[in-house]
Design a protein around this ligand. Structure first.
Ligand code: XMP
Length: 517
């Protein structure tokens, strides 16, 4: 197995994902927990040092144990990982200037040219140069003994470096992101050099996940929050497979669901699965506490807290329930990671992670915590969930609350539900549903003047959003044709009282996020 030592990069999990795509088993461990004893026990066949926000030129910046380099296994350093390698093996790193001109900091697309050949770069440079994604402030100023340069870019003379005799490789850019189109090939070459045969599969992941769930839970009972989305459903089916009726699911209706959603989800689970399910209508509680709240983080935290309260209430009714299962995915974890004291920056407090009180009476089971959305879908297929179900667009835990920027009222939610239903109906009728990662309507906190018939209107505006994405971490808006937009806007304004103006959101992520809040 392969060990990834995490120095806090936003994209470390993408490295793991690239490796899973190559059918290689790997684990990510934060640098703080990787000691000599840990390394002896883990016995990695290869090690990857991730990127990270720290600067190796600062005292006390994170390091792996020096023994990483004396175990005789291949090591690949990415960005911060490269700098750490150079510094620890006898090279030199300089701090870069981020602004003001003349600096060597580099963020974004760059092109690397080959300077000589190494097996790490098989399949690279067919067209003379390769696009890569850079994101660094510091840079290597002097190579460690034994290292040579294999690729350079105008701002990174040491873009690709290696000591082939020791199978040490170090690159300045991020091969794991989509903007390094040949990045996957680089990982493939690395794992081949390290002797991996690529025999790990999603079936193996499922078996391993089931084993871990059994080990964690023992003979205790688990309560699982079912949202009707793919994530919690896959989690529930997986856990049910592991521990049978030690699992009880709770479907919480927080009053922030889409039109008819509660009935459909409950019916689907009762009819198709034999999993014990409680339908908890808690909409009064949630909407009551959200009344008058308009700050996005406050709203998210209220919802996160109430979810936990509600689960605890139901858990208390189930004798022996000691665990709370959640379908938390990796993007939810990374974007909230500063809650657990990690080195990344908080973008949003995703409710599944952000609202957890310190002294929660339940322990967590999160079997999907390492996976990206499309991997969860693959696991769902592996578990035999129906294709129509697996294809559902993601729906966030805080539901319509984060599609209703500003204050939430029942009136606005009702309008939003109807607009969203018309929009999704249009998308399905035009056969576009499966081409889109996520599509939804949002109601904006603004009224504008319009004219309908011969009368003046003063109603809400709604925004339509549709994005394509591979993993939810980055996204592009979906380019509907004008006829589709025109027809959809007409239908919404005709069929949904309370809306007299419709916008289409053409912001990508970044700089936008997918949801409004
Ligand atoms: P953003 O808005 O952060 O969304 O670009 C990325 C993906 O995550 C979903 N999302 C959430 N899912 N709990 C969830 O379970 C949350 O609190 C949450 N917030 C956003 C969002 O729908 C998109 O798929």
């Amino acid at each position: 197995r392969l060990l990834i030592i995490d120095f806090g990069s936003q994209v470390t999990q993408l490295i793991a994902r690239r490796l899973r795509e190559l059918n290689v088993y790997c684990e990510i461990h934060p640098f703080q927990t990787v000691t000599d004893a840990f390394l002896d026990d883990f016995a990695p066949k290869a090690v990857i040092l991730s990127g990270g926000p720290a600067s190796v030129v600062h005292d006390g910046s994170p390091r792996p144990p020096a023994s990483v380099f004396t175990r005789g296994v291949p090591v690949l350093g990415i960005c911060y990982g490269q700098q750490v390698m150079m510094q620890m093996l006898g090279g030199r790193v300089e701090g870069g200037k981020i602004s003001g001109g003349g600096g060597t900091a580099e963020f974004g697309r760059a092109y690397v040219m080959p300077t000589s050949q190494t097996p790490l770069l098989d399949g690279w440079f067919d067209t003379g140069r390769e696009q890569v994604w850079m994101s660094h402030g510091d840079h290597v100023a002097e190579l460690a003994p034994g290292f040579e340069v294999y690729g350079t870019s105008p701002n990174a003379p040491f873009a690709i470096t290696a000591d082939p005799s020791r199978n040490f490789f170090a690159v300045q850019f991020h091969p794991e992101v989509h903007h390094t189109p040949k990045g996957a090939k680089l990982y493939e070459n690395f794992v081949r050099l390290a002797g991996f045969t690529g025999d790990w599969t999603m079936g193996a992941y499922r078996e391993e996940a089931i084993r871990k769930i059994r080990e964690t839970v023992g003979d205790k009972k688990v309560i699982c929050g079912l949202s009707g989305g793919v994530d919690s459903s896959v989690a529930a089916v997986l856990i049910h497979e592991a521990i049978g009726d030690q699992l009880t699911c709770v479907f919480v209706d927080h009053g922030l669901l889409r039109l008819n959603e509660a009935d459909e989800v409950v019916k689907m689970f009762r009819d198709n699965y034999n999993i014990p399910l409680i339908h908890a209508d808690e909409s009064e509680l949630f909407l009551g506490e959200l009344d008058g709240q308009s700050d996005p983080e406050t709203k998210r935290k209220i919802i996160g807290r109430l979810f936990i309260d509600v689960f605890q209430k139901y858990a208390n009714q189930i004798e022996g329930a000691e665990f709370l299962a959640q379908g938390t995915l990796y993007p939810d974890v990374i974007e909230s990671v500063s809650f657990s004291g990690g080195p990344s920056v908080t973008i949003k407090s995703h409710h599944n992670v952000g609202g957890l009180p310190e002294k929660m009476g339940l322990k967590l089971v999160e079997p999907l915590r390492e996976l990206f959305k499309d991997e969860v879908r693959a696991l769902g297929r592996e578990l035999g969930l129906p294709a129509s179900f697996i294809g559902r667009h993601p729906f966030p835990g805080p539901g319509l609350a984060i599609r209703c920027p500003g204050e939430i009222t029942r009136e606005k939610l009702e309008i939003l539900r109807r607009a969203d239903a018309v929009y999704i109906d249009q998308i399905r009728k035009h056969g576009l549903y499966d081409e889109i990662w996520q599509a939804f309507a949002a109601i904006l906190p603004v009224r504008t003047v319009g004219v309908m018939g011969d009368g003046r209107t003063y109603d809400y505006a709604c925004a339509l959003r549709a994005v394509t994405s591979v993993d939810g971490m980055t996204a592009d808006y979906y380019p509907f044709d004008h006829d589709f937009i025109g027809e959809t806007v007409t239908r919404i304004i005709n069929e949904v009282p309370g809306i007299n103006r419709v916008f289409y959101d053409v912001t990508s992520k970044p700089p936008g996020t997918i949801e409004m809040e």
